[in-house]
Design a protein around this ligand. Structure first.
Ligand code: ATP
Length: 248
């Protein structure tokens, strides 16, 4: 349902994504794994369309030249040049790296801001849903985002993304810097969200191991190139992959 084909992104002459093709089918959880600087965020920006905005802003400001090549299709429609706001309306919602919640706004306000694409009844329903899957947030409704722990901020960031009614949720390194216990909660909840909301999820991580149990399919990025892909079983069955990426 979502495919990025032969994607190339240059920051000036620096090739950040080199001919990357990735796919995510309906109701799948797809993992994209790679070390620091492998190109994970660039890929998420390209799929969500934010890369187009960054490119235009840089061009207007006379800053660095960003070039994007390749095609992105969603539900049979090419969206390579479609604005990020329109992609969000189509259901492609990014939950960005390092959470980026509104630190001065309360939990409730953050969630309401996320609901800009939802009808009032969808917003009410989704807010209840967010508090069901993240009960920790329920008690913190009035607290401002900046005073939440890292794990709570990540729950809020995912909650805010859900408020926008995603059909494809892009989670960029949601586990970064969090304790194994919080990571386990977030991984379990990610699967619950897919199962209950019947949406597709693309999740990037530096370390594959914590999310491996929930992915249907995975890609490995190295220096901007997709060097390997396969089902969870295929990736796990590859001895090089096991030791290099999964630490198992
Ligand atoms: P991380 O885990 O550090 O977030 P990543 O896999 O998300 O890494 P990207 O952020 O996509 O990697 O970066 C890919 C490459 O592109 C890196 O070498 C990075 O330094 C470079 N890069 C990213 N943004 C820019 C930019 N605006 N200008 C120039 N180079 C950039």
């Amino acid at each position: 349902m979502l495919e990025a084909r032969d994607l190339m992104v240059f920051y000036e002459n620096m090739l950040a994504l080199n001919n990357v093709t990735i796919r995510c089918e309906a109701e799948e959880i797809v993992g994209v794994f790679g070390a620091n600087s492998a190109g994970k965020s660039t890929l998420m920006y390209a799929i969500s369309g934010i890369m187009e905005d960054i490119r235009k802003k840089e061009e207007m400001a006379g800053g660095e030249r960003i070039t994007i090549l390749g095609t992105i299709t969603y539900l049979g429609q090419e969206i390579t040049r479609v604005k990020p706001s329109k992609r969000a309306k189509m259901g492609i919602i990014l939950c960005p790296e390092r959470r980026r919640i509104f630190k001065e706004s309360s939990v409730l306000e953050n969630l309401r801001i996320g609901a800009y694409l939802a009808s009032p009844s969808q917003a009410r329903e989704t807010m209840d849903y967010v508090f069901t899957i993240f009960p920790a947030l329920q008690k913190l409704k009035k607290r401002v985002g900046g005073f939440l722990s890292g794990g709570e901020q990540q729950m809020l960031a995912i909650g805010r993304a859900l408020m926008a009614q995603p059909k494809v949720l892009l989670l960029d390194e949601p586990l970064l810097g969090l304790s194994p216990l919080i990571q386990a909660i977030l991984v379990r909840t990610t699967k619950e969200i897919r199962d209950e909301k019947k949406i597709s999820i693309v999740i990037t991580e530096q370390y594959a191991r914590p999310v491996l149990p929930i992915i249907d399919y995975g890609f490995i990025l190295e220096n901007g190139a997709a060097v390997l892909e396969g089902t969870r079983e295929e990736l796990l069955g590859n001895p090089d992959v096991r030791s290099a990426y999964f630490g198992v």
